[in-house]
Design a binder for this molecule. Structure first.
Ligand SMILES: [Fe+2]
Length: 248
């Protein structure tokens, strides 16, 4: 058998992870029409139903809040989550959906922290993301201010920040500062490239990952999870006992 045949055979032997063991998906874009995620209520419904079929039973959805592109307010996000909940109610389906956000680390975020106008979830957690080109100059101050204000920061998809791929100590330093790291499930499938996959696996190997998210924007993301769910690293992460998703 060829090397590819062997790889295929080996992968097929790994059973798809049971995502009910994760329980809560805490990173997604499931509110219709307010960011680059779900486009309408029907799509939100279908995406959430598919995620439920995979085992998730609780959702913190996290629309982008970004001064240049998505100036969503806490109010628009809460109202959007209400709309989705009502839609499920009308179908007679009980949906546990909490309104969170994915804050882009910009000056707008700094202003929101100062005003304490932040959508949190669980134990005062706040999900935030960084630019993909370079680390922002306000990063250290912003993380400090968040923690001083009593928030517990979770950094979204740290494996995707390629400017840190040859500086593993940056990840260690975040953990030392009690910044939680949230990996995207589809990073394990190589959906964002081989280097991102490698970093996601390295973070798992070093026991640095405490949250797992789908970062689901559309149906493609759920299709890709068929591959992600067979990743040995995903199994390792779920078995690690370090994930805090169930506490949400
Ligand atoms: Fe996201």
């Amino acid at each position: 058998m060829s090397i590819f045949g062997n790889l295929f055979k080996r992968n097929k032997l790994i059973h798809p992870a049971d995502l009910s063991l994760v329980g809560t998906d805490m990173h997604s874009h499931l509110i219709p029409g307010i960011d680059d995620g779900s486009k309408n209520i029907r799509e939100s419904y279908e995406l959430i139903r598919r995620l439920m079929d995979l085992g998730y039973d609780n959702f913190v959805t996290s629309p982008h809040v970004m001064s240049d592109f998505y100036r969503n307010s806490s109010d628009t996000i809460r109202k959007g989550a209400d709309q989705v909940r009502h839609y499920f109610d009308s179908k007679g389906i009980d949906l546990k959906l909490h309104a969170g956000a994915e804050y882009f680390c910009d000056e707008f975020f700094d202003q929101l922290i100062e005003k304490k106008d932040i959508l949190t979830f669980g134990n005062n957690y706040v999900l935030f993301e960084l630019p993909f080109m370079q680390a922002p100059s306000n990063l250290t101050t912003t993380m400090f201010n968040l923690q001083m204000a009593g928030y517990k920061p979770i950094l979204a998809h740290p494996e995707r920040y390629q400017y840190w791929h040859d500086q593993f100590d940056q990840y260690q330093s975040l953990c030392d500062k009690d910044i939680h790291l949230q990996v995207n499930i589809n990073s394990f499938a190589g959906a964002y490239g081989p280097q991102v996959k490698k970093m996601a696996e390295r973070l798992v190997d070093n026991n640095m990952v405490t949250f797992l998210g789908t970062d689901c924007h559309n149906h493609n993301h759920i299709d890709t999870m068929d591959i992600s769910r067979r990743s040995p690293s995903l199994h390792k992460l779920i078995d690690s006992g370090l994930l805090l998703n169930k506490t949400l």
